[in-house]
Design a protein around this ligand. Sequence first.
Ligand SMILES: Nc1nc2c(c(=O)[nH]1)N[C@H]1C(S)=C(S)[C@@H](COP(=O)(O)OP(=O)(O)OC[C@H]3O[C@@H](n4cnc5c(=O)[nH]c(N)nc54)[C@H](O)[C@@H]3O)O[C@H]1N2
Ligand SMILES: Nc1nc2c(c(=O)[nH]1)N[C@H]1C(S)=C(S)[C@@H](COP(=O)(O)OP(=O)(O)OC[C@H]3O[C@@H](n4cnc5c(=O)[nH]c(N)nc54)[C@H](O)[C@@H]3O)O[C@H]1N2
Ligand code: SF4
Ligand SMILES: [Mo]
Length: 737
Amino acid sequence: MSDDATQTRYISCVLCEAMCGLEVQMRGEEIVSMRGHEADPLSRGHICPKAFALQDLHEDEDRLREPVKRVGDEWVTIPWDEAITLVADRLAAVQNGHGRDAVAVYLGNPNVHSIGALTHGVNFVRTLRSKNTYSATSVDQLPHQLVSWLLYGHQFLIPVPDIDRTAYFLVLGGNPMASNGSIMTVPDFPGRLRELRARGGRMVVFDPRRTETAKVADEHHFVCPGTDALLLLAMLNVLFAEDLARPAAYVTGVDAVREAVADFTPEAVASVCRVPADVIRRTARDFAGAGAAAAYGRLGVSTQAFGSLCQWAIHALNALTGNLDREGGVCFPTPAIDLVGRGLLGKGHLGAWRTRVRGLPEFGGELPVAALAEEITTPGEGQVRALVTMAGNPVSSTPGGQHLAAALDELDFMVSVDFYVNETTSHADVILPPTGPLERDHYDLIFHSFAVRNTARFSKALYDRPEEARHDWEIYRDLALALADRGRKASGSKSSGSNVIGAIKALPDRVATEARFRLSPTQQVDALLRLGNVGLSVKQLANTPGGRDLGPLRGGQLPDRLQNDSRAIDLAPPIVMDDLPRAKALLAQQDSVDQLGDGERRDLLLVGRRHQRDNNSWLHNQVRLTKGRPRHQLLAHPEDLAARGIHDGEQVRVESAAGSIEVEVAASEDMMTGVVSLPHGYGHNRDGVRLGHATALPGASVNDLTDPQVVDGVGANAVMNGVPVSLTPAAQPVPTA
Ligand SMILES: Nc1nc2c(c(=O)[nH]1)N[C@H]1C(S)=C(S)[C@@H](COP(=O)(O)OP(=O)(O)OC[C@H]3O[C@@H](n4cnc5c(=O)[nH]c(N)nc54)[C@H](O)[C@@H]3O)O[C@H]1N2
Ligand SMILES: Nc1nc2c(c(=O)[nH]1)N[C@H]1C(S)=C(S)[C@@H](COP(=O)(O)OP(=O)(O)OC[C@H]3O[C@@H](n4cnc5c(=O)[nH]c(N)nc54)[C@H](O)[C@@H]3O)O[C@H]1N2
Ligand code: SF4
Ligand SMILES: [Mo]
């Protein structure tokens, strides 16, 4: 290719679950233009402003390209070999001195958007063999996985709304107009919604904020945060009371569900939910009568005190109305690489071990991250003394982030695999930066499994890996090999008695490790594609811009695809049924938020939100992405502000049981009264953070308010919605004499 010739390349955006196909014009190394790929069978030309951040990220001077080591307050660049040796030495020393569990791991969200992290990163974590494995799952979709494990026998066998054919789309606690869907890969949500409505279909939204999605819905209803479980139980109650339940033959436990929901009538829950009984009744009837209907609930009903009960009730609503596994209802995608069917992902388990301090259960091999800080700071046998973070920013994104930040400074050693010095990695001893999204091949191993249409797309890296850089999978491979060479003991805290024994043990470990890490991610994807039902290959897909269309979602796959032994769905799993007394207690506790045990009056409930031009806790250093109206503010209803003598635009103090922040308030009629909303991922102005532009952005971290001590009663997912807070004008600066 000559330097001035332009070339068209097709890639996937990895910045959210929508995995849009992009068409990129390149002149030499330069990106001339980027737009949505019109012929892409999944994303159909859709693109959002975040896509351009891929280019800005690539060119960003803040982005680390070589390892750095902390020396005092400075970061010093070091060669890769030295960095890998240093990290392996320190991790092995901690594990040999204090046991395997003394090294904790936190895996952040972007891991699911990188094949290298999934093939080699996860394998590296296995190599550590620590029970202290944490991830963003427990501040996110844990209830989805838990409920799928209970109902369908596999944590990743999750049905998604067949939005392209449904007649009635019921959304609770999700805002796909901003998020482009989650556990429902739905690029071009606005276009798909327009089509739904053009077919005469409807969308109904329950959310304490009149969101971007609520504004384009046929109906929007406010619901008091944290009470959706009651609302949903009441809808189930109506199905039984009005004889609308028509579950498939393979659904069992229906009578137990009928009994369990008997007390939750619409009238009984209405005042707690702040949803009129007739709205609840009508919604249940409309849903059951729609022909093909899909109920869906996302972050607002997952990361709250009843997250698991909410997700269970949503599945029950779909199953009882015959909409599970039905076209136009919710369906199980049939991806070209079926990780579930091939047995490549664990089915799930709950409580196989527990956190040391609070006794919270693991799920699927991971402990809830709400417990991480106390596992670091509480002395004793099994204390966490070193931490590996992989593509994550838990100081910003997990409850009680400020406490975690303080805890990180108590560690003996911390290493982060990340390309930014942010709120979390600024506490590390070493940062290992992988290549960026434009420098690596991509096939979506995860989100094809949750997409509203079956497709398969592979894209070659837009840029070659620079000489000085390493891919994430190379970093994990090298770390695993270096650790194998160091021959860690199985467990225990005494030092090794014999170097010879240690060396002998290390040999097979090294051989086994080499075998596991030998194939590149792309080679592994190729092998999996060839094994799959469709018979594809990387080469074929790389030559097919936009990839292969494998057609719309299919119904009628049950009970064959169930992964449990019974080949039936027990709709009343004891783990969920046992949580119903807690829901009953909420029903009784009408005045729950006003008066707390500690005598403080926290009479507002805090919820979160996302914006199209924000991406979790990162990319705020991208000037192009962050432009537009400021959106860091706490949103509150004007009546709630007036009642407190607070004016629009003022600085306010927000206080919860866990902490307090100061932030600007914005009056908004879109808020339900009694509820305030703050986006997460803000508040970059912390010590040590080097995010250029981002550190000057206004805003505070909502997770300085969320309380790590409060978790979902089933599965211990974090509670980041429905947090009781108080609101007062920020303290006026005291005038100095
Ligand atoms: N209060 C509140 N808290 C929340 C949420 C909320 O709604 N409200 N949302 C929760 C949810 S859903 C999620 S998923 C989490 C996200 O929380 P996390 O996963 O902990 O954090 P992210 O903000 O996604 O940060 C990603 C980090 O990965 C780095 N990174 C990006 N790409 C790569 C890569 O390819 N390789 C490597 N090695 N690093 C990379 C970035 O620089 C950044 O440091 O936050 C959760 N926290
Ligand atoms: N642009 C952009 N897109 C993203 C992301 C991003 O940061 N930016 N992040 C990605 C990630 S990691 C995820 S997990 C997804 C999340 O995707 P979504 O879940 O669609 O996104 P949120 O905006 O967090 O929506 C949560 C909604 O729940 C509402 N809510 C809060 N509490 C309650 C409650 O108790 N009950 C009810 N019914 N509603 C409640 C909030 O008001 C909010 O509207 O988005 C993904 N897409
Ligand atoms: S919606 Fe935006 S961020 Fe998400 S994949 Fe598409 S272009 Fe990327
Ligand atoms: Mo997420």
